[in-house]
Write a new protein. Structure first.
Ligand code: ADP
Ligand code: MG
Length: 154
């Protein structure tokens, strides 16, 4: 595991921009785990990733459907909410083709790690008295040899 980047995100727009720029690095087989409390900005970042990948449809919290697939010119974007997933068996039931897709998981669990050889873990922490979020991006697999220096703009 390598820490690829740490940065401060000041507002919702920057969170989207970050996701949009991250999308340029993503290709099939990539798995992105988004860790952070309710309201941290996991769905907001995923919306940016979707924008960057030119995904079809609206990206919203997939809480009730557990997973939603959006077509993109790069690879299908599968947006998973693992909050209600009870086990690896239930995840398996979703029949996600990790090798051919770009998979983004909100509320990752121990059984959502390592489903792909190459994965990113993004920790989003909230600041107590401002809108700022702290991002820490950790890389596994091929990501350990990569450099990430994303500027979220302003
Ligand atoms: P999660 O999916 O982690 O529960 P959402 O992305 O659905 O979070 O919601 C994040 C909320 O926080 C949105 O209402 C957004 O407007 C607000 N917000 C305020 N500041 C930020 C920020 N810096 N980054 C992301 N979202 C922010
Ligand atoms: Mg969400």
């Amino acid at each position: 595991m390598t820490v690829l980047q740490e940065l401060i995100i000041e507002n919702e727009r920057q969170m989207q921009n970050f996701g949009q720029k991250l999308a340029a690095f993503l290709s099939k087989g990539d798995l992105v785990l988004l860790n952070g409390p309710l309201g941290a900005g996991k769905t907001t970042m995923t919306r940016g990733i979707g924008k960057g990948l030119q995904a079809t449809g609206t990206i919203q919290s997939p809480t009730f459907v557990l997973a939603r697939t959006h077509q993109t010119p790069t690879a299908p974007l599968v947006h998973v909410d693992a909050y209600r997933l009870g086990s690896a068996v239930e995840l398996d039931d979703l029949d996600i083709d990790f090798e051919r897709s770009i998979v983004v998981v909100e509320w990752p669990r121990d059984f959502t790690q390592g489903l792909s050889d190459d994965w990113l873990e993004i920790e989003i922490s909230r600041d107590r008295d401002s809108d700022s979020r702290m991002l820490r991006i950790k890389g596994h697999g091929k990501w350990q040899e990569r450099e990430l220096d994303i500027d979220p703009g302003n």
